[in-house]
Ligand binder design. Structure first.
Ligand code: SMG
Ligand code: MG
Length: 386
């Protein structure tokens, strides 16, 4: 049942640049690991020529946060590994490359999946543009719009502020609400949301690994959350704590969704075999790019485990790739792909809008979005070769 992606012609790479843009968020985003007020966005730009000489430019967004708070990856580290290792190694020998070459050429380099994904996605965008093919078509998308959820951070103004934010997002039409929780901000706010918005509101929580599976107070809170009719409980324990997830998932009725724990299809297979999760959140950056995301999807589908597309506060560049992935078979749950105005006053690209709770899948060649020229005017560009 594993779907290999159709072959694409390689491109002759002429230049690779790192492009940095600072993007203030419309409101702070607080998770159990910290508070963000802006994203220091790192993009990879690949310039190249198709086999008929057509010049193309491909874009990939690196989803690392500025500090290693979500995982070990962070933006300056990603820039360094792209500059000193991933890009020179990929282009060593021949500059004619496609995403199919990445396994062979970069397979001996460990980790740095978010950096790797940004490079893979930029190259894929360039190849697809050279072939005049939309990413969604290439992936075999089965829908032209994807159901959108929204991830709500831990508010500065407590439960009242949370209720107000959620009411606003439901009014806008978001199809499900994900609430960030941490020890001390969990059962009380989620109970109030349930009471305020009723059982018809699709509600889920994400702990970003903040709970300790051996702390009785933490377990009591998770047990209580488990009784609140949530769609899922995302990553309660540490990324490496598969056995803790399995131990408690077995007695909870709310499915556990793993995010930080799943880096590749083998991790997904192990987690499923152990009973550590009932749902998997797939993020392109966390897993190293499109090829691995598709492999995880297929492994989960074969095991009857639902998947959905997560988000990392992307600009329109990363969001375009997420939306195309979320349009493929198997991504049936609402994604953390919210509309541009949930994040930015002005997106880096033509914005994504929420229409009847959905985002339209881009139809143009490649990812179907490019950065606005005026947004790039203030960008810091570091040429890596060219
Ligand atoms: O892109 O809407 C979004 C954010 C979704 O909550 C979200 N992502 O663990 O799933 C997650 C978090 C990580 C965000 S940290 C930058
Ligand atoms: Mg998460």
């Amino acid at each position: 049942m594993s779907a290999t992606l159709p072959p694409l012609e390689p491109v002759e790479v002429t230049a690779v640049d790192l492009v940095r843009v600072s993007m203030p968020l419309v409101r702070p985003f607080t998770t159990s690991f910290g508070r963000q007020t802006e994203r220091a966005v790192l993009l990879v730009r690949v310039r190249g020529a198709g086999h008929d000489g057509t010049e193309v430019v491909g874009w990939g967004e690196c989803v690392t946060p500025a500090a290693p708070v979500y995982s070990e990856e962070f933006t300056d580290g990603a820039a360094l590994v792209l500059r000193d290792h991933l890009v020179p190694t990929l282009l060593q020998g021949s500059r004619e490359v496609g995403t199919e070459d990445i396994g062979d050429r970069l397979g001996h380099l460990h980790g740095h999946r978010m950096a790797r994904a940004a490079l893979e996605l930029a190259l894929l965008d360039a190849q697809l543009r050279a072939a005049d093919r939309p990413l969604a078509d290439h992936l075999g998308a089965v829908r032209d719009r994807v159901p959108a959820g929204v991830s709500v951070g831990i508010p500065d103004d407590g439960i009242a502020g949370l209720v107000e934010q959620v009411a606003g997002y439901l009014d806008e039409g978001y199809l499900r609400i994900k609430v960030k929780v941490e020890p001390g901000f969990d059962v009380a706010p989620v109970t109030v949301l349930r009471e305020t918005f009723g059982t018809g509101c699709a509600l889920q929580v994400d702990a970003n690994a903040a709970y300790d599976a051996d702390d009785p107070d933490h377990l009591a809170a998770l047990d209580a959350l488990n009784e609140l009719g949530l769609q899922m409980l995302e990553q309660p324990f540490g990324a490496a704590r598969l056995r803790d997830h399995a131990r408690h998932a077995a007695r909870w009725r709310t499915p556990v969704c793993l995010d930080e724990s799943i880096h590749d299809a083998a991790d997904a297979a192990d987690a499923i075999a152990m009973g550590a999760c009932g749902i998997v959140n797939i993020k392109l950056g966390r897993v190293g790019g499109m090829a691995e995301a598709v492999a995880i999807r297929d492994r989960c589908r074969a095991a009857g485990i639902p998947v959905w597309c997560g988000g990392m506060l992307e600009t329109g560049i990363g969001r375009a790739a997420n939306v195309a992935l979320a349009a493929t078979e198997g991504f049936d749950l609402p994604a953390d792909t919210s509309a541009s105005d949930r994040y930015w006053r002005e997106d880096l690209t033509e914005p994504f809008h929420l229409v009847d709770g959905h985002l339209a899948v881009p139809t143009g060649p490649g990812i179907g979005r490019v950065p606005r020229a005026d947004a790039l005017r203030d960008a810091e560009v570091e040429p890596l070769l060219g």
